[in-house]
Design a protein. Structure first.
Length: 197
């Protein structure tokens, strides 16, 4: 069980950690890390009814030929969905300090899936959090600094894991910027191709 005793000032303290069966953990090969826990818990990946996070994620995967509709579809196909920030943002952004603090929880979460081959980093929070983790553990930053559109087409790999930087699919602006949607679809396609190979 992952625990957090931090009290970051720019988030509402929620600390949500979804549960995964042992058999599913052993099968996970891709982890998609999005931004932060939603204001409405029912909108989270494992939320009831028709969560917004799953609806947006489904669009990207469905466009790449995956017939997924619920959270378990992802788990059953070796894909784990989570967020870099485990709490609800108070404002649009959170501080680098909060991202770094929460990266300790994310680090423990990632350790539960030792056979991961791809980290799909959906947005700046995810990119920064993973960079904090790798810097602490291995003294390297797998993703360079820079605008996502400039860095997303290069290949990043460390310790057998491919890192794919992209845009967040769980934000309120999903669907507004058509160019970003196309890039996200491409990035999901890249991740799926790596898994197949």
């Amino acid at each position: 069980m992952i625990n957090c005793d931090k009290t970051c000032g720019d988030v509402e303290i929620i600390k949500h950690f979804q549960t995964v069966k042992t058999a599913q953990k052993d099968a996970i090969r891709m982890i998609m890390i999005s931004e932060s826990f939603p204001k409405n818990p029912d909108d989270y990946f494992d939320g009831d009814k028709n969560p917004v996070f799953i609806k947006n994620t489904n669009y990207l995967f469905n466009q790449n030929g995956c017939d997924y509709s619920i959270y378990d579809d992802y788990l059953n196909n070796g894909i784990y969905l989570t967020t870099a920030i485990k709490c609800v943002k108070k404002d649009y952004l959170v501080s680098a300090e909060t991202i770094e603090m929460c990266s300790y929880c994310l680090e423990k979460e990632l350790e539960e899936f030792p056979d991961t081959k791809v980290l799909l980093l959906m947005g700046d929070f995810a990119i920064k959090a993973v960079n904090y983790i790798w810097k602490r553990k291995y003294n390297v930053k797998p993703i360079p600094n820079g605008s996502t559109y400039k860095i997303r087409n290069a290949e990043y790999k460390d310790r057998g894991i491919h890192f794919i930087p992209s845009y967040t699919q769980t934000g309120d602006s999903f669907g507004i910027e058509k160019g970003k949607i196309e890039m996200m679809k491409e990035d999901v396609g890249k991740a799926l191709k790596i898994l197949k190979n």
